[in-house]
Design a protein around this ligand. Structure first.
Ligand code: C5P
Length: 222
């Protein structure tokens, strides 16, 4: 009989967007709602896994009975993820991490005295890329939110980041955006299989992703 549950497994999930502060009251951010990541956390919990959710600021209430780590910036998220990575069996990075952060944090509110203001940005670490380098036997799942060349970009990321699976969505499509309750995704696995799902609630998408994960754990192919 195939196992549907993830008893004894620890699932680490990143969710939401990061905020990269310029000064105490302003930041560079993105409209990620965290809904996909939180749906994944609930789905992992339903499958009886131990769940760790590392989340940027959202309007959502985290599910009960999980370990919840609240972070703000990409650097904070990396620290939190790194501290939980060893103990995790399955890692799903659903967060929209800012690729750049301001080089300098201005400790007092910037005044609007100048006509032009230049903010130098520096690259943030790619959390998932770094995890992929020390993957071991863990199952690593990434997301690819794209605006063009969905499949090609997602497949390249799967290889570059050494993932088992990538969930790709075209964010320009209606019902597939950052803040939506629904998503239209393609699940691409390491063997090149592409599963295109119709418009579904993020809860249903999360269930489909875990169906794939348990199949992978059970050593089956759909
Ligand atoms: O390269 P791109 O940002 O499109 O990759 C998306 C995937 O990588 C997502 O799973 C996202 O959570 C993860 N990521 C990350 N750290 C970054 C950028 C993206 O973990 N700095």
């Amino acid at each position: 009989m195939q196992k549907r549950y993830l008893e004894g497994k620890t699932v680490l999930i990143t969710a939401g967007g990061t905020r990269e502060h310029i000064d105490p009251i302003r930041f560079i951010g993105n409209p990620s709602s965290g809904k996909m990541g939180y749906a994944l956390a609930q789905s992992a919990l339903n499958r009886r896994a131990n769940v760790i959710l590392v989340s940027g600021p959202t309007q959502l209430k985290p599910p009960k009975k999980i370990r919840f780590i609240s972070i703000t910036s990409a650097i904070d998220m990396k620290k939190a993820v790194d501290s939980c990575y060893e103990q995790s069996d399955i890692v799903i990075c659903a967060a929209a991490v800012a690729d750049y952060r301001p080089e300098n944090f201005i400790s007092n509110k910037i005044k609007k005295s100048e006509e032009k203001l230049t903010i130098q940005l520096v690259k943030n670490p790619d959390i998932l890329l770094e995890l992929g380098k020390k993957k071991g036997c863990k199952i690593l799942v990434g997301f690819a939110a794209e605006t063009k060349d969905l499949l090609a970009n997602a497949k390249a990321k799967l290889i570059e980041k050494n993932l088992d699976m990538i969930v790709a969505n075209d964010v320009t499509k209606e019902g597939a955006g950052f803040e939506s309750d629904t998503n239209i995704v393609k699940i691409i696995t390491r063997d090149g299989e592409v599963k295109s799902l119709p418009l579904l609630s993020k809860r249903r998408v999360a269930t489909k992703i875990f169906d794939k994960i348990v199949k992978a754990i059970n050593g089956l192919r759909r």
